[in-house]
Every structure is written in structure tokens, then in C-alpha cells.
Design a protein around this ligand. Structure first.
Ligand code: 5CA
Length: 430
């Protein structure tokens, strides 16, 4: 993509109303713009990040055997009266009345809707187990939307739901989902730690939150350094993985257990702050019973399925990644979710030699490269590339170009190397 023809409205000034780094950087790098309190438009570069994250989430859900569907954002109040949550949910629910005076709402989550869909479609124990997910916008009328996309009112969530015949089956679904989450966050390029959690509005008795470590996180977190070492990657056996995830100590301040903490050797104790990017819940028959979703068992008796729900804050992740990965100059994107894998910086626009090399690089790298072909000072191009956080910068100046050489810079480490065009491409694509 050519920067001269792109809508990437970067800002030189720091926006006054943005309190934390990710919010400032998302505005400055031209990723989002606020359209109303807690409601954002995703501009082209921001949309590319959001799409890449959603795609990794999708691939890992698919790999875990979860089926994708798409439910609407607007739901009927009737559905929520069945579960009893229409009144219980309170002011966080955005309630809407249509022209026929029918009560609707903008969905904050989808337990009721997916249960109704299953109730309509599934009759027999033979039809279970099933797991389903969608990636869809949600609305929660937060009292204090803040920190940009970290606590928005409209936000993109992946939410999955599991239906099993018994507790043993539900626990397998829960474990599979935990493994899928660890793989997802690892692929995205952030360290996320699962922590025992309360169940809040969703209800139930088993829940974990996944926290990305960042100094500005809303929760205090305490954990064993074993999580940093990546010991807790979860290859191999599902039960062994779950056992490991749930026995190595990790807790938010709400659930912190001083006795268990005291038993950890001092050199392994880690304290910090975390941003909750996902949460998983097991809540048994809470919705299947209240909404009368039963299947006929092998002996003809009715079985109310055991359920769980599993969320990932897709849009929140964009902010969380930036909180965890930035410096004075700007964002430091992990390779997997950067809006562009590489920026090509033409330091002398109009020069035949630099132009030819840049065009060749642009052709080879395709849509995942951003070609800074503007008639701008070199310093401005460097500053903007650092701000936008491309993992690689290919710097093409007249002196190197005369010898067929470019300079390759790695944003995360600041490492630089003079290379031939071929070698630079090999490093970026390798
Ligand atoms: N139904 C369950 C799981 S599907 C549920 O709604 N869980 S949740 O409330 O924990 O939300 C799931 C994830 O959405 C959270 O972990 C968080 O990452 C994200 N999220 C929640 N509220 C917001 C918000 N106001 N802004 C941005 N992301 C949010």
C-alpha cells in the first residue's frame, strides 16, 4: 500500500483527553477515531490489526472443534425475560424500542440467544456435545467508558458456548477452551496468564480470567515466574496442561491467597498489573433449566445440558498489546498482528535509483507492506514509521541504492543492517 494514497491520519500532537499510552498511540498512529463516548471507528490500519487478531482467534477456535456462526447484535427483550436477566442486567444494557413498541436491546453477550437456537434445533442426547462461537460487536453502557478501546461501550468480542450432557463433558470443553486461549495469545505475541476469577453477571461456579501483563492494567496480579518462562505452554496431554495451568500460582488482587503466596519461593514471586483480555465460565444448567432447553436422554428422560461460555475481547486486545509493547517513539507490534509487516522508506522521493528499489520491494511484499512514497523529510518518515510500529523498516537512501543496498531496521530491538535487496527480503519473509 502506498502511504501517499492511504487514510492513515497520524497526529504529531499528543491528544489531551487520552490518559494512557495505548489510547494516545492508537489516536496518534491513525488507528481509530472516537465517534461518540466509548464508540470508535476503526480506520484502515486499525482495521487491519483488528482483522488479523480476529483471524488468529478464529483459526484457534476452529482447530479446537468450535463451530462458527453469526448471531445478530440486536436481541429481543422476551429472550432475556426467559432467563430473568432482562431486569437483573440493569443500566449497562442498552434498551431499544422499535416502531411497533416492541422491546429490543443491543446484545451485551449471547447466552440466552444461543440457548434459544439450540432449543429450536436439538432434541436428542445424540446431538451433543456441541461448541459454537461468533465474533460480533457487543454493547455495554459502561458508567465510565475510558482508556479508548480497553473499556469501550461498543466492542468486538469472540464469544463461544459449550453444551454437554454431563459435568465431565463440560469440564473437557472448559479445558479445551483454555488450551485454545493459550495458543491464541501465544500466536498473537503477548504473554497472557489464566487466573481464577469470580463469575459476576454471567453466573456459575468455575471461571478463569486471562490477563496480559502491562504496567497500566486495571487489576493487580500475583503470579509464579513459571508463567514467564513459557513452561506453561501446554503441549501434549489436555489434562496435564490444565493441571499445570491451575496449580502454578496466579491470582488477581480480588482472589489473592496469602497462604498460597507464602509457599512460593521469593525468587519466583512476581507482582504486577494485568489487563483482562478473556474470561471463561462454567455455569452448569443455569440457562438450560431456566429457558427449558432439554434433550431426550437414552432412557427417554429429559436432560438439561451443562453449559459454559468463553469470551475474548478482540478490540480490547488491540489496546492491551500496545500497553504491553511500546516505547517513547511509538508502538512495537508483534509480527503476527502488525497492520503492515514492513514499511519501505524512500529517503529521496523522485530519485531514480531509490524509486526503482522501493517499487521492486513493494511488488514483492504486496499488501502487507506500506510504502512511504511521500515527499517528506527523512526524519519525518523515520518518526512516523517508529510511531506506527511496523516490525521491519526498509530504509532506501541514495547512497546505498547506488550499490543496490538498503538498510533494514528491526523495530523491537533497534538492530540495523546494510543488506542487498534480496537479503533484506529473505529476513523479512523468513
Ligand atoms: N458471555 C461471557 C463470555 S462469552 C462474557 O461476556 N464474558 S465477559 O464479560 O468477561 O467479556 C468477555 C471479554 O470481553 C472480557 O474478558 C474483555 O476482554 C472483553 N470486554 C468486556 N467488556 C468490555 C468493554 N467494555 N470494552 C472492551 N472489551 C470488553
Amino acid at each position: 500500500m502506498r502511504l501517499s494514497a492511504s487514510l492513515i491520519p497520524t497526529l504529531k500532537e499528543t491528544p489531551a483527553d487520552a490518559q494512557i499510552a495505548s489510547h494516545r498511540l492508537m489516536l496518534r498512529a491513525g488507528l481509530v477515531r472516537q465517534m461518540a463516548s466509548g464508540i470508535y471507528a476503526w480506520l484502515p490500519a486499525g482495521h487491519r490489526v483488528l482483522t488479523k487478531i480476529a483471524q488468529i482467534v478464529r483459526e484457534e477456535q476452529d482447530a479446537a472443534g468450535v463451530q462458527e456462526l453469526l448471531m445478530p447484535t440486536i436481541q429481543s427483550a422476551e429472550l432475556w425475560r426467559e432467563s430473568g436477566r432482562y431486569d437483573a442486567y440493569g443500566k449497562e444494557m442498552l434498551r431499544i424500542t422499535d416502531r411497533h413498541e416492541r422491546e429490543l436491546l443491543y446484545g451485551p453477550t449471547n447466552e440466552e440467544m444461543i440457548t434459544a437456537i439450540m432449543r429450536d434445533s436439538v432434541r436428542s442426547y445424540r446431538d451433543l456435545p456441541q461448541m459454537l462461537y461468533h465474533i460480533q460487536w457487543k454493547f455495554r453502557d459502561e458508567v465510565r467508558p475510558r482508556f479508548g478501546v480497553l473499556r469501550g461501550r461498543e466492542f468486538l468480542m469472540k464469544d463461544a458456548y459449550s453444551f454437554d450432557l454431563d459435568y465431565a463433558g463440560a469440564l473437557i470443553a472448559y479445558k479445551k477452551m483454555m488450551l485454545a486461549y493459550m495458543r491464541t495469545f501465544q500466536r498473537i505475541g503477548v504473554t497472557a496468564i489464566p487466573m481464577r476469577a469470580d463469575t459476576g453477571q454471567i453466573g456459575g461456579d468455575l471461571s478463569h480470567e486471562f490477563h496480559v501483563l502491562a504496567p497500566t492494567g486495571e487489576s493487580g496480579v500475583f503470579y509464579d515466574s513459571a508463567f514467564e518462562a513459557g513452561d506453561a505452554r501446554g503441549a501434549g496431554d489436555l489434562d496435564a496442561f490444565y493441571e499445570q495451568m491451575t496449580t502454578i500460582y496466579a491470582a488477581t488482587d480480588e482472589k489473592h491467597d496469602l497462604n498460597a503466596w507464602a509457599a512460593i519461593p521469593d525468587e519466583r514471586k512476581r507482582e504486577g498489573r494485568g489487563i483482562e483480555v478473556g474470561q471463561i465460565f462454567y455455569f452448569g444448567k443455569k440457562y438450560s433449566e431456566t429457558m427449558d432447553f432439554g434433550v431426550i436422554g437414552p432412557d427417554g428422560a429429559k436432560i438439561f445440558p451443562e453449559m459454559g461460555s468463553y469470551g475474548i475481547g478482540v478490540s480490547r486486545l488491540v489496546g492491551a498489546i500496545i500497553e504491553a509493547r511500546h516505547d517513547e517513539a511509538g508502538i512495537i507490534w508483534p509480527d503476527a498482528v502488525a497492520p503492515f509487516r514492513a514499511a519501505i522508506l524512500n529517503l529521496r522521493q523522485g530519485d531514480a535509483a531509490t524509486g526503482a528499489i522501493c517499487e521492486a520491494l513493494h511488488d514483492k511484499l504486496g499488501a502487507d507492506a506500506l510504502y512511504d512514497d511521500r515527499d517528506e523529510r527523512a526524519g519525518a518518515k523515520f518518526a512516523e514509521a517508529d510511531l506506527m510500529g511496523h516490525p521491519w523498516q526498509i530504509i532506501v537512501g541514495p547512497r546505498g541504492a547506488a550499490n543496490g543496498q538498503v538498510e533494514l531496521k528491526r523495530r523491537a530491538t533497534g538492530e540495523r543492517a546494510d543488506l542487498s535487496v534480496e537479503d533484506a527480503l529473505a529476513r523479512i519473509l523468513g
